[in-house]
Design a binder for this molecule. Structure first.
Ligand code: DAH
Length: 339
């Protein structure tokens, strides 16, 4: 019995020494020390021994078990410290190296211009409002004096939603919300994203930005309108600009105008940017139609107003001389990082 035990012990220690890793060790542990392991199965023979021999055999068995156990523990510790050393080696970090640079973001060109115009108008007492991009047909068309069969609805190719709502085709519906929310007198601007079902090309996008403006007071004239528009353009272009008004048709204003700026590149002489005309068409505007005031809950006998709709995207393209509108929404960091 003694020599058998000795042999088992030696074999076990030999296998522990040769184990390739923690899994191997575990296999040895189960095979040798487990409940059905080889050492325990030996103790089954102890029943045949007399009491003295049995006690001695028990002792020997325990010593063997302890030897195997401590060999397993020692080998396990070896594996663990080798694994730790390998990890420390592979995850080693030189804390004295300079950190990789953090690349700062930059505001989008439309955001830059929008923020400047917001600053300018809030300094003149205007409130900045926003409205939802998903609008009702009523706010986008009806309340702006555009009747159901009016050709102006075809002018703006609309994305319709299945439930009858639409993606707003302009920021003008925020006029309607603004009149109801603020009541007269009021001064508001509403920058925002608008959508049209357009074929996309270098100068057309299905998604772009506008900034709506509206002022309602007792006496509001075309002279006031021109004053604010000139202030707006001088603020954006940082110089005095020459403007002219042409008649323009929009159902929500009467009279309606197209406000043109003398071309900032050629000074009016004619160049490719202004298509040789010397003028840039920039700002549709006018005096608010009485029907629009009425539908906004304002009495047109007592109040009057002006409104304008600035193409923010177009303005950004002019300011930064961007020749393809698709760059603005393209998400290319090489483009966006320049601003
Ligand atoms: N909503 C018009 C458009 O998107 C632009 C516009 C024209 C807005 C005249 C106005 C305005 O407030 O008075 O085409």
């Amino acid at each position: 019995m003694e020599s058998g035990l000795e042999l088992l012990r030696e074999q076990a220690l030999e296998r522990i020494r040769g184990a390739a890793g923690l899994e191997d060790l575990e296999a040895v542990r189960v095979e040798v020390l487990g409940r059905k392991g080889v050492l325990n199965s030996i103790s089954r023979d102890f029943g045949k021994f007399g009491p003295e021999d049995r006690a001695r055999a028990g002792k020997l068995l325990n010593t063997a078990k302890q030897a195997v156990e401590s060999a397993l523990d020692a080998r396990k510790a070896e594996f663990e410290s080798a694994a730790l050393a390998a990890r420390l080696e592979s995850e080693w970090v030189d804390l004295t190296l300079p950190a990789p640079g953090v690349r700062p973001g930059s505001p989008h060109p439309v955001t830059i211009i929008q923020a400047e115009i917001e600053d300018l108008f809030t300094s003149m007492g205007f409130t900045v409002l926003s409205g939802p991009e998903v609008e009702t047909e009523y706010n986008n068309f009806d309340a702006l004096n555009i009747p159901p069969d009016h050709p102006a609805r075809d002018m703006q190719d609309t994305f319709w939603l299945e439930d009858g709502h639409l993606l707003r085709t302009h920021t003008s519906p925020v006029q309607v919300r603004g009149m109801k929310r603020l009541g007269p007198p009021l001064r508001m601007i509403a920058p925002g994203r608008v959508f049209r079902n357009e074929e996309v090309d270098p100068s057309h996008e299905h998604t772009f930005y506008q900034l709506e403006g509206m002022m309602v007071d007792r006496e509001v004239s075309v002279a006031n309108l021109i004053y604010y528009m000139k202030t707006l353009l001088a603020g954006i272009f940082r110089r005095d600009v020459t403007v002219r008004l042409r008649p323009g048709y929009f159902p929500f204003v009467e009279p309606g105008f197209e406000l043109d700026v003398q071309c900032l590149l050629c000074g009016g002489g004619g160049c490719p940017v202004c298509k040789q005309s010397g003028w840039l068409e920039l700002l549709p505007c006018g005096l608010v139609h009485p029907n629009v005031l009425r539908m906004g809950g304002i009495d047109p006998e007592r109040w009057m107003g002006f409104a304008f709709g600035l193409g923010l995207t177009r303005l950004a393209m002019m300011r930064y001389q961007i020749d393809d509108i698709r760059l603005l929404q393209g998400g290319d960091l090489r483009f966006l990082g320049q601003f």
